[in-house]
Design a protein around this ligand. Sequence first.
Ligand code: SF4
Length: 388
Amino acid sequence: MVFDDLAPRPWAGATAGRRDGDDRCPGALRLHEAADGWLARVRVPGGRVTAAQALALADAAAEFGSGLVDITSRANLQLRGLTADAAGPLAGVLRAAGLLPSASHERVRNVLASPLAGRDPRALIDGSALCAALDRAICADPVLAGLSGRFQFGVEDGAGLLAGADVDVLLAAVGPDEVELVVGGRRTDRRADVSAAAALGTAEARAFLARAGGAWRISSDRGANRGHMTPLAPGSCLEQADGRGATTALVPLGRLDAAQLRGLARLAPELRVSPWRTVTLVDLPDARRAADGLRALGLVLDAATGWHRLTACAGLGACPRARLDVRAAARARGTRRRATDPPEHWSACPRRCGLPAGEVRAVTWTEDGIDADGRIVPDLTAALEAVT
Ligand code: SF4
């Protein structure tokens, strides 16, 4: 069991953050205005996207926006640079592709799962099926439309990839047909068989809403361990239980363009995006050939890559608050780092959007200069030197 380090203990009802105002979390229907146009965040539970859905997203990104698609820190997809009138036509495309099953719940379908869910021979349960069941249960519960867009569900299939994930309500497999409820990172003594597990998760989310008093999320006491997941190494290949293959590649700074997304759709019947900004292709008859295709698309398959755990905020041209082109600096940094370096995040203002949880080397623009992991330096060149 992957949560053995956590003693079972009842959740005392602790909550995190106050919902003082409106939940401004972007969605597929509620777009957010950025410096590069409007932005739509499309929830993809479990990070799962079929080839047909990837094509639909690529076409929509190119037709209504800049063509850029970001993988978010919660394994959702963001279409950038959309026109002001894109919301209606985009919703039609997403609905037709099965990416918008519920208008009322579209921003609360936040379900993390292993990119190998349903394919991993090490797993105790079919995490893919449970993820889909949980998504249906969330959408079928009118009360859960009241959750914030930050509330996070998760499914851990027993392979351990989500151990330590920053998840409010986690369904963690403890046996071939048994799932335990983990709330805010704390084990509970509440278990169910797999067929009843989705209901266990939604009941806990309802209980949170009833007790939350306006909080965004359930708090965690996991401290520095919070948010530390076990990533799939770029270039890793897995032989699925059915003999087909799965292969994983890293997307530098989590940004794809429409051509890359179309290319991915041609390589596999289904792809899975992850919080580590990776794409995993599953159900491959020939994983090596797919790996060549991923390289040709500009994705990274080197486990020792410096892009590993390197992130940056939207930055100049995409956010009106940005003061510097931190993405260009982070791209330069990606060629210098080692995969073993600590997680690193570059931000163009002190809000530090997208800063990962846990121990992170942060480079941040401030009024006094650039804070390069605690040292104030005058410019990005000096910041690159300071963190190298
Ligand atoms: S950290 Fe600042 S500049 Fe970067 S996306 Fe957030 S608000 Fe914009």
